[in-house]
Write a protein that binds this ligand. Structure first.
Ligand SMILES: Nc1ncnc2c1ncn2[C@@H]1O[C@H](COP(=O)(O)OP(=O)(O)OP(=O)(O)O)[C@@H](O)[C@H]1O
Ligand SMILES: [Mg+2]
Length: 208
């Protein structure tokens, strides 16, 4: 049995996280690896309810928003990530800790030490084995998201905010090169899936 793994996909809006997370799960399954696709916030019923709460009624207090995300993550880990990994299966998660660091940390000014303390107490030891940072010019991401016909509150933010988000993910990748790999998300879906497949094969010693 291969050890269970946690792979996360991060990046700005419309960078292709959901598209590639789903393709990666198919790719892993085609190699005989049992893989579960999930997302944050959400993934399990209570966390999905918290997701709806946050997206439909934006908390006025950024600390409240941060703690709701943290509660959703704690539940997601306890009810899905931990048990799946303990079964030796792989988890592919669409957004995870780095989205919190960037959106709540950099954009909403939640102190880094609070984020770090909550990571220590709710995430550890379920830090990602690999994080794929989908890097895309925000203008292209926005175009893709609008074409999809979907807007949420982040999509309406200013260009500068999107640039901060992009840079925030790149900074994390630069600080944690053992965990993170930056993927050029401006290519076609199939090309990006190919890049990701090669990165995953190399990282985990799969024959591909
Ligand atoms: N490489 C690509 N080239 C062109 N269009 C793409 C590519 N990848 C995804 N798309 C399309 O762009 C839109 C956004 O992709 P997707 O939903 O996967 O992004 P996302 O990062 O999950 O966005 P969000 O942050 O809003 O959840 C979708 O309509 C998708 O079909
Ligand atoms: Mg998505």
């Amino acid at each position: 049995m291969t050890p269970g793994r946690l792979i996360t996909l991060e990046g700005g809006e419309g960078s292709g996280k959901s598209t590639q997370a789903s393709r990666l799960v198919d790719d892993l399954r085609s190699q005989g690896i049992e893989a579960v696709l999930t997302r944050e916030p959400g993934g399990v019923p209570l966390a999905e309810q918290i997701r709806d709460l946050i997206l439909n009624t934006r908390p006025a207090a950024s600390t409240a928003e941060f703690l709701l995300f943290a509660a959703a993550r704690a539940e997601h880990i306890a009810e899905l990530i931990k048990p799946v990994i303990e079964l030796g299966q792989w988890v592919v998660c669409d957004r995870y800790i780095d989205s919190t660091r960037v959106y709540q940390g950099e954009l909403s000014s939640i102190p880094a030490e609070l984020i770090s303390a909550v990571e220590t107490h709710t995430v550890a030891p379920y830090f990602p084995d690999l994080t794929l940072m989908l890097d895309l010019n925000p203008a292209i991401g926005r175009e893709r998201a609008l074409m999809r016909g979907d807007t949420n509150r982040y999509d309406q933010a200013e260009a500068q905010v999107h640039e901060t988000i992009r840079q925030g993910f790149l900074d994390i990748a630069a600080r944690e090169p053992d965990r993170c790999v930056v993927i050029d998300a401006s290519e076609s879906e199939a090309d990006i899936a190919g890049q990701i497949s090669r990165v995953v094969a190399r990282r985990f010693g799969l024959s591909g």
